[in-house]
Design a protein around this ligand. Sequence first.
Ligand SMILES: [Zn+2]
Length: 360
Amino acid sequence: MTSRIRFAVSPMVASLVIAVAISASAQSGDGPFSVGSAKAARGQKATGTIEVPAGVDAALIIPVVVAHGAHPGPVLALVAGAHGTEYSSIIALERVIERLDPAALSGTVIVVPLVNPRSFEQKIAHVNPIDNKSMNRFYPGRMDGTQTERASYLMTKEVVERADHLIDLHGGDLDESLLPYSYWTVSGNAPQDAISRQMLLAFGVSPIIISADRPKDPAASRYLENTATTRGKPSITVEAGHAGTTETDDIELLANGCFNVMRFLKMLPGEVRPVENPVWVEAIQSVTSDQTGIFYPLVRRGTYVSQGMKIGYVTDYTNRTILEARAPVAGIVMFIRAVPSMTKGETIANIGMVAKQAPN
Ligand SMILES: [Zn+2]
């Protein structure tokens, strides 16, 4: 059987893809394309920075690369490192920068490989240590806020608003043993959602979580990808990597996925081989700990568990079990805590409930 998209592309959607490409080419014209201090002429790749000025706290410099294709086409933004210790996603974008050939490109690629340098440098998971905020929860940001909020504001202005599509890359953080998976945000705009779904199938990371409860208000978008989605730009989020590792499989999965989406968007020549039988996850159930102690997992990421199955336990440092964690529903272990440190209120695991059928 040939690799055909499982969901047929309607003529309306196909023409919309072309319309997106045409509007983008009109937007970028024949002149150079600048993001922050990175300014690339047609057929060139340029490196620069997005400078977040000091405010109530310190300034921040975010690296950026622009590959401005020799031929007109859509603008695709690739972003990683909002969580600076999700290493595979950051390294994947260095591989993308290495392999991007603007001479062969139709359109423009904006690459922001590390939004949160202080997290990376200090090896602090989940947040920007300057203001203790997640750099994927304060979009669209504001200039009178803390560093995370100012950076989010400039990412919205410099990257999201300049792009036609955005891919936000993540992975399991230092304490997360996470399965590669992706998110399909349902905006309610059917033609837009059809394109983002095809971007996901082209990217090729399954399971795909159906994310129907993201904010619909662009002024309160919270997440980076949702900032693009609520501004009418078909966009996706993909995760691969886990617990501080930099495995080639995870890095290549993300890097190759970005190029597959470029082929789907006709920014590069070549055949798109969309994933044929994705697993759709319709809901996530989190298991949290109401105890502090040593966590012992009994299942791995990717394990299929039945409802009520014991997935791990917590002891009090003297080998007395104080918590038995059980799966609240049947489903896939999307991630499970990768380290023994367990603090009351932390997530033990996320269980993905598999959809009975593919979404419409
Ligand atoms: Zn993340």
